[in-house]
Write a protein that binds this ligand. Structure first.
Ligand SMILES: C[S@@+](CC[C@H](N)C(=O)[O-])C[C@H]1O[C@@H](n2cnc3c(N)ncnc32)[C@H](O)[C@@H]1O
Length: 296
């Protein structure tokens, strides 16, 4: 089960107006959406976006059962298209937006899409459960991108110290046969990183998997497009909450929001982090950070 992260803090941060119009960019199975919907009441509107069709279908089932549910729209799409999504629903401005970035516990543990280095699964890593042929997968990256580009993403998206040797080992290994599973990839990384790196607390494949997932889904590109749409789609005093899970993601959100100082006021001067009680109930929340802004 996915336990919503920083739920109380983000709902409070959105300062929800009863009857208002809100967008959940990362609905998944509705952890945050359900709380937003309850506060909106039947005169409100909630647009629920996600790339994961199955998760969105479950959210739909749950949200439709709520008493006094707002008008609900479920959109299987990338949140980078938020402006055209709301326009297609004849909505011009919204009162609030939430983006709880990254992937859900189910996607990590049960999707079979290769997000976890602890399982042996095909190297897919797309948020979209059924990618079309023109979508990039992690398989495409490790089997066809150049050694220098692979090293660049390992550095840029995850600051991997051993990016050079890992990228070289990937390219050498794929000459013999394609790298098609997570286990093959983990074994390749294990064969070139130092023993001390293999035995430290954080798994030695964490950064490579993070970087590949981010590249596969063009995560930073999507976040930047979403942020650039905010000034034009928010009502004055409209609120936005971003929940991030690692430093690269948080840096991009922080810098992106700051680049719109003329339109977006920072509400959370410092990122809000989970309380001890939440961490005890949900250790996966440990790296979460919440940033809140308001349209001027
Ligand atoms: C951490 S989960 C959200 C969990 C949800 N807030 C809850 O508490 O139940 C992130 C979700 O965002 C989706 N996602 C990630 N990037 C996306 C993007 N660019 N566009 C749309 N959905 C995206 C993933 O498929 C996943 O379902």
């Amino acid at each position: 089960m996915h336990i919503p992260v920083l739920l109380h803090e983000s709902i409070e941060g959105l300062a929800i107006k009863k009857g208002g119009v809100y967008v959940d960019c990362t609905t998944n199975r509705g952890g945050h959406s359900i709380e937003i919907a309850k506060l909106l009441g039947k005169d409100g509107t909630l647009v629920c976006i996600d790339l994961d069709q199955e998760a969105l279908a479950e959210a739909k089932e749950k949200l439709r059962k709520l008493k006094n549910a707002p008008t609900l729209h479920f959109v299987h799409s990338n949140f980078r298209h938020i402006k055209s999504i709301i326009e297609s629903l004849s909505i011009s401005q919204v009162d609030g937006v939430i983006a709880d970035l990254g992937l859900s516990s189910q996607e990590l543990d049960e999707s079979g899409r290769g997000f976890s280095f602890l399982r042996d699964e095909p190297l897919q890593m797309t948020f979209d459960a059924h990618p079309t042929d023109d979508m990039t997968t992690a398989y495409d990256i490790v089997n066809s991108w150049s050694e220098s580009t692979i090293a660049d993403i390992l550095y840029g998206f995850a600051d991997e110290t051993y990016r050079g040797r890992i990228a070289r080992a990937i390219v050498e290994s794929r000459r013999a046969k394609p790298i098609s599973t997570t286990k093959q990839l983990v074994d390749i990384i294990a064969s070139v990183v130092p023993a001390a790196y293999r035995h430290r607390k954080t798994h030695f494949a964490t950064k490579t998997f993070q970087a590949l997932r981010m590249a596969t889904n063009d995560e930073l590109g999507s976040i930047n497009e979403l942020i650039d749409s905010l000034p034009s789609i928010l009502e004055p005093h409209g609120r936005v909450c971003f929940i991030t899970f690692h430093s690269t993601e948080d840096r991009i959100v922080k810098q992106g929001l700051r680049s719109h100082v003329d339109a977006l006021k920072i509400i959370s001067k410092k990122a809000i982090v989970p309380q001890e009680q939440e961490l005890q109930q949900n250790p996966r929340a440990r790296s979460a950070q919440l940033r809140i802004v308001e349209k001027i």
